[in-house]
Design a protein around this ligand. Structure first.
Ligand SMILES: CC1=C(CCC(=O)O)c2cc3nc(cc4[nH]c(cc5[nH]c(cc1n2)c(C)c5CCC(=O)O)c(CCC(=O)O)c4C)C(CCC(=O)O)=C3C
Ligand SMILES: [Fe+2]
Length: 420
């Protein structure tokens, strides 16, 4: 694919005709224009992200000041029956942090890291930022691309698993933003990378940082007076965002298998635990728990809640816990409030030692994995052979979602990046 002669940092300017050309010279002007267009097309074709002209980091969004908190929460919950009390409670979480969610700054840092990795691989493709629920919105990103004459974009989302909230809802918002652009006279095609819960860039990075945390805990424990040579390894508690049972039941390919969201987390938690055991040569127990439940109490959500589970572990005499937030890509509000504030308080009340593992954030191995995923998707778009690395298991999620998967249980809406 690569041609060392062309410098990708100097894009051709298609359509710029020689102003000195005389009107009789029409055919030579046309020849020139055609030649320039072909040259620019070749340049794009030479890079391994062809046919994509830009990457759009696609995320949830969050408020960046106190005045943005309530409009953000109303946008997120619009017509979804989240009780007012819950909204006020969540608003308080944001106010405790000055009304500013950490998520946008983290995504800007991730974009910088992706840009640096693209540059290292000599892939001259810009990275834009588009959120579902706060500025810069997805439509802003698409508009920016359209203004540059771009028509083919690749979305990388900041959610790794399969369910309505973390996959189809993103696809619906991409479709709505495309619709908005179409009304302004611009057609943009958008594909997305596969859900990457079992792409090694995400899963193996989590395994590495969880192993590091357990190792650190055990080394710290060696100095303890009551930590004899037979001291057990810490208990591993994995945590992810809770969902209504109905959303978990219908997560997956739409073939009535369902429960893909909880299954993916269960499999990854078990695989990481096995990796910790093998690497450190210790017996370690683990559980999967959930946080950030919302919705009315009458509605069943995935359990156990992380706080309830810490209480249960304490009652069984467990004192040493490593908490691994594998459900989250960065340290956003759910992590800094629900885990670092709330669960940390619970642990303190219980006299437990709780060490929270970092999220993948801007870890180099994770960032390289995202760029690998983008190149993989481009290879598929070119209909070339491609390997799809997975761990655990050997079943990559399809980059083009199957009809009916992870359905919207309230209201069917158009969704991008799928075959339905
Ligand atoms: C699976 C999942 C992810 C992970 C995948 C992904 O990353 O997308 C995620 C991420 C996030 N969720 C976030 C914020 C919120 N989620 C809410 C509500 C809900 N989330 C749900 C699920 C998920 N959510 C569900 C089933 C609901 C209730 C019903 C509904 O509304 O569909 C509400 C409403 C109030 C409340 O009920 O808590 C808020 C404010 C933020 C921003 C944080 C920040 O600002 O740093 C982020 C990254
Ligand atoms: Fe959420």
């Amino acid at each position: 694919m690569s041609n060392p002669v062309t410098d990708p940092s100097e894009p051709a300017e298609p359509g710029v005709a020689d102003p000195a050309a005389s009107p009789d010279d029409v055919s030579s002007v046309e020849d020139e224009v055609v030649a320039e267009l072909e040259e620019s097309l070749e340049e794009t074709e030479e890079n391994d992200l062809f046919p994509y002209q830009a990457i759009v980091l696609t995320s949830f969004g969050g408020p960046e000041g106190p005045e943005e908190v309530m409009p953000f929460l109303r946008r997120v919950t619009g017509g979804r029956g989240i009780p007012d009390e819950r909204l006020e409670e969540v608003a308080e979480h944001y106010y405790q942090f000055g009304g500013k969610s950490p998520i946008n700054d983290q995504n800007r840092a991730l974009i910088e890291a992706i840009r640096a990795e693209l540059e290292r691989r000599e892939l001259p493709v810009p990275v834009l930022f588009g959120n579902r629920n706060s500025e810069p919105f997805l439509a802003d990103a698409f508009r920016e691309a359209a203004a540059e004459g771009m028509t083919r974009l690749l979305s990388i989302t900041t959610s790794a698993y399969s369910c309505y909230s973390s996959c189809r809802q993103y696809r619906e918002d991409i479709a709505a933003a495309q619709e908005e652009l179409l009304a302004e006279g611009h057609e943009v095609h958008v594909d997305k990378v596969r859900q990457y819960w079992n792409h090694p860039g995400f899963s193996a990075t989590n395994a590495r940082i969880v192993t590091e945390a357990v190792r650190q805990r055990m080394e710290a424990g060696e100095g303890d007076a009551d930590a004899g040579p037979g001291r057990a390894a810490p208990h591993l508690v994995f945590v992810t965002h809770s969902l209504p049972d109905s959303m978990d039941d219908t997560s997956g390919p739409g073939d009535e298998e369902g429960n893909l969201y909880s299954t993916q987390h269960t499999e990854l938690a078990a695989a990481i635990t096995a990796e910790v055991r093998a690497t450190l040569g210790v017996e370690v127990e683990h559980d999967l728990t959930y946080c950030s439940r919302s919705g009315p109490p009458s509605q069943p959500w995935l359990e156990p809640d992380v706080n309830d589970h810490l209480r249960e572990l304490a009652s069984r005499g467990v004192r040493d816990v490593v908490l691994a937030p594998i459900g989250f890509v960065s340290d956003h509000m759910e992590v800094v409030f629900d885990l670092d504030t709330e669960a940390a308080e619970t642990a303190q009340e219980l006299g437990m030692d709780l060490l929270r593992v970092p999220t993948v954030g801007t870890d180099t191995e994770f960032v390289m994995g995202l760029v690998d995923l983008a190149m993989e998707r481009a290879t598929q778009a070119r209909e070339e052979e491609v390997e799809l690395p997975t761990w655990p298991g050997d079943a990559p999620r399809p980059a083009v979602c199957l009809p009916g998967c992870c359905p919207n249980l309230r209201q069917a809406k158009p969704a991008a990046c799928g075959s339905d």
